[in-house]
Design a protein around this ligand. Structure first.
Ligand SMILES: [Zn+2]
Length: 137
């Protein structure tokens, strides 16, 4: 499956990009229309590709970018959801520009648990010692 090989290469990219031991929460990927990625199939493939790895449970977020079109007659360029959009000048000689991008935009990593609060502990001990001064006669 097309999506599965993409998911596998994404896992490889994420592995290269994050430090060892980091917990990946989500991965944001920008997808051009020429990649012909179906979001449902991509989700399943991501799930399969991350299963049993340290990235299992990480969320895959896809941003689908529209077609970038250029008119050969008047030189106008615009973006559209459809590649068969005619130009406003009436010309049908329209070419898609780019559209084949597949870019790992960002990776959200969970905070490492190395910032623990230790300053509050001694204060609590002092308070419990003071309460012992009230004694019954
Ligand atoms: Zn035009």
């Amino acid at each position: 499956m097309h999506e599965l090989s993409i998911a596998r290469s994404l896992v490889g990219l994420v592995r290269e990009s994050v430090p060892g031991g980091a917990v990946v929460k989500s991965v944001l990927v920008r997808v051009g229309p020429l990649q012909a990625i179906e979001s449902g199939a991509m989700e399943l493939s991501w799930c399969a590709a991350t299963e049993g790895t340290v990235f299992e449970g990480a969320e895959l977020l896809l941003t689908f970018v529209p077609w970038e079109l250029g008119c050969r007659e008047c030189g106008r360029s615009w973006s559209s959801d459809s590649w068969s959009d005619p130009c406003t000048c009436g010309s049908c000689r329209v070419d898609p520009v780019g559209g084949d991008e597949l870019r790992l935009e960002s990776i959200e990593v969970e905070d490492l648990p190395n910032r623990t609060a230790s300053a509050d502990a001694p204060r609590a001990v002092k308070r419990s010692q003071a309460s012992k001064e009230t004694r019954r006669v």
